[in-house]
Write a protein that binds this ligand. Structure first.
Ligand SMILES: Cc1cc2nc3c(=O)[nH]c(=O)nc-3n(C[C@H](O)[C@H](O)[C@H](O)COP(=O)(O)O)c2cc1C
Length: 182
């Protein structure tokens, strides 16, 4: 199969788990971009380094952990869906930027030249420059409960008690780059 990074490419819908391995590798470094939009449709991207793809309730699922203080938290609560975008290696700086400033004060799409593309199955936009785009609808959410968490993880990850909310996003569509053979 043709691979990413070629100029002559377009995206096509792929099987939901087709790129799990690459997605998980990118999640660890440099991170993925979690995208949602405000009520007026203005997009925002935040970096995630944690999350998982799996299967539950007969649905493919992307679970993303979002701390309540993130601007993204309120956006997902209000909209009920999100996209997860795997960016190409040459945009690693953009991934890092989206994890360092908040959409409350910054228009990260404009500041980093990202293009919002309408979701095919969800109301949240996708990032046109991404290699892989997951479209997810929130079907369940839950907060990390520190008394139920392994004490080592609780101490290391939540010294300030600022637990994550886990948003369970049913994966409705995945689009990935395809290089067209000439
Ligand atoms: C590599 C990396 C991974 C991150 N992973 C997460 C994460 O999984 N969950 C989270 O809530 N914040 C995470 N953050 C922090 C947010 O991306 C950061 O606070 C961001 O500015 C929030 O943007 P927002 O306020 O526009 O939503 C991460 C940051 C970086 C740099």
């Amino acid at each position: 199969m043709a691979w990413f990074g070629d100029a002559h490419h377009k995206k096509r819908e792929v099987e939901v788990f087709a790129y799990v391995e690459l997605t998980q590798r990118q999640l660890q470094a440099p991170g993925l971009l979690l995208v949602c939009a405000d009520g007026a449709g203005k997009p925002n991207a935040m970096t995630i380094g944690w999350g998982f793809i799996g299967f539950i309730w007969n649905w493919p699922m992307f679970v993303v952990p979002v701390r309540p203080q993130r601007y993204t938290h309120g956006l997902i609560e209000a909209r009920g869906d999100f996209t997860v975008n795997v960016m190409p290696a040459n945009l690693a700086e953009v991934v890092s930027y989206c994890g360092s400033v908040s959409g409350r004060e910054h228009d990260k799409f404009a500041e980093r030249g990202l293009t919002a593309e309408p979701g095919a199955r969800v109301s949240s936009p996708r990032i046109a420059e991404a290699m892989i785009q997951y479209e997810c609808q929130v079907v369940y959410k839950d907060d990390v409960k520190l008394d139920l968490l392994d004490p080592e993880a609780a101490k290391a990850c939540y010294p300030g008690g600022d637990w994550h909310r886990l948003f369970f996003g049913r994966i409705l569509a995945v689009h990935a780059e395809e290089v067209k053979s000439k």
